[in-house]
Ligand binder design. Structure first.
Ligand SMILES: [Zn+2]
Length: 433
């Protein structure tokens, strides 16, 4: 398709500026207050109906919410950074993300398009070799960074809305645009899915930039496999404090947690396929001469399929409990998020492949690539499939300056306009369920 009703060059510049703005103000899962408000502002300019706030979520499915103090601190920061306090106020408590419906003028299917909007807990490089630092749009939020390209995803979603809004007379059916919070840690999709937003989608599309290593811009995979099943857990060890001179009066939570950490990494691997385990953080204790009363740990398990991940998760829970028991401590294990593996629908992938052949800027189309990671888009895709719809997750290739989740990560900004053209073309070309 060529979108001759739109000055695409100007739109691409505008989307790059938006991406840089999001990059400057990254917000982690369930705290994307400013980000969501900014998205809504752009969607409102197009006259689109936008749903946001508590009405789009199911509170008990909002996994891995930060504690109240952290939520309030981020909320206060967002109020400082926005001139749309009215929007931000409706999201207080973590109700971030939004949904927009674009109604076509022709009859046809409902197509869900999902982008994720949260950042990573990563310190951004300040090196002159890192473009956001060199060009003045690096993160202003210490310890937070868009290091997975979700700033680009957000801009792609807005770009898709802008293009489709100009072609509603050619659009069959409707497009549900999903700006999902909390992808990192696999936390956000369950709440939106439980609220029933996707059960009426005939088709559902997601995309991630850069997962294929060092492809030139213009390479797109129309489907992926190898989404690892994953579970995220927090564990808090409780002991008894005592003077270091009288250790027999204490119960050492630090020792319990350290024992757990090493033995978690020693869980035997499953014969049926790949698995992963990571202990990502470990904090403990209060002072040099005090038997540590507490320790907290964040960890995750992964597996090629649900069965292997369940084996890893059960093993991890056993190690945590047993390590606590060894030192006379107790351990609270908190479920923080999860996602399953999934199969993309080949019929939809084929349709997408045909459509992409005519999209400006697409140079090479791959059919089915190894995603080799977790993505909670799978939670939404599964829901669509269980209700009779078809779903696929695409990968938009680009050269990588550094791995995802690294302080030097950056996106090739040409993927933003390209991604918007890809989503918009698919939505405009699919005319029946
Ligand atoms: Zn990501």
């Amino acid at each position: 398709m060529n979108f001759d009703r739109i000055d695409m060059e100007a739109l691409e510049k505008e989307l790059i500026a938006l991406r840089r703005e999001f990059h400057t103000c990254p917000e982690a899962g369930w705290t994307e207050f400013r980000t969501t408000a900014r998205i809504i502002e752009e969607l409102e300019k197009l006259g689109l109906p936008v749903q946001y706030g508590p009405e789009i979520h199911v509170r008990e499915k909002m996994y891995g919410l930060p504690d109240d103090a952290a939520l309030e601190a981020c909320y206060a920061r967002a109020l400082e950074e926005t001139n749309r306090k009215d929007l931000v106020e409706k999201m207080r408590g973590g109700y971030t993300g939004c949904l927009a419906m674009i109604e076509g003028e022709l009859p046809g299917p409902t197509i869900g398009i999902r982008v994720d909007i949260d950042c990573n807990e990563v310190d951004e490089s300040s090196s002159d070799l890192h473009k956001p630092a060199a060009e003045g749009f690096a993160s202003l939020h210490k310890g937070l960074m868009h290091a997975c390209g979700h700033d680009a995803h957000t801009a792609i979603g807005i770009g898709t809305a802008k293009i489709l809004s100009a072609y509603r007379d050619k659009l069959h059916g409707k497009v549900l645009l999903v700006f999902q919070p909390g992808e990192e840690g696999l936390r956000g999709a369950a709440s939106l899915t439980a609220a029933g937003h996707f059960s009426k989608c005939d088709y559902f599309l997601g995309a991630h930039v850069g997962i294929l290593k060092n492809q030139e811009v213009g390479t797109i995979a129309v489907s992926a496999h190898g989404f690892l099943s994953s579970t995220k857990l927090d564990a808090v060890f409780h002991g008894v404090p005592a003077h270091a001179a009288t250790p027999d009066e204490g119960k050492n939570a630090l020792a319990a947690a350290a024992t757990a950490a090493l033995n978690l990494l020693a869980i035997p691997r499953h014969q049926q396929g790949p698995s992963r385990i990571n202990v990502g953080t470990l904090h403990a204790g209060s002072g040099r001469n005090v038997i540590p009363e507490w320790a907290s740990m964040s960890l995750e398990t992964r597996g090629k399929n649900g069965e292997i991940n369940a084996f890893m998760e059960e093993s991890a829970r056993r190690v945590l409990e047993a390590s606590a028991a060894m030192y006379g401590c107790t351990c609270d294990i908190r479920f923080m998020g999860s996602a399953g593996s999934i199969d993309c629908d080949p019929a939809l992938a084929h349709k997408v492949k045909r459509i992409l052949a005519d999209v400006d800027g697409v140079k090479k189309i791959l059919e089915d690539v190894d995603f080799n990671g977790g993505e909670d888009v799978t939670t939404m895709m599964r829901d669509v499939q269980e209700h009779g719809g078809k779903a696929t997750e695409m990968v938009i290739g680009m050269p990588l300056t550094a791995p995802h989740h690294n302080g030097f990560f950056d996106v090739s900004e040409e993927v933003i306009g390209l991604g918007a053209r890809v989503f918009a073309s698919i939505a405009l070309e699919i005319d029946e369920a």
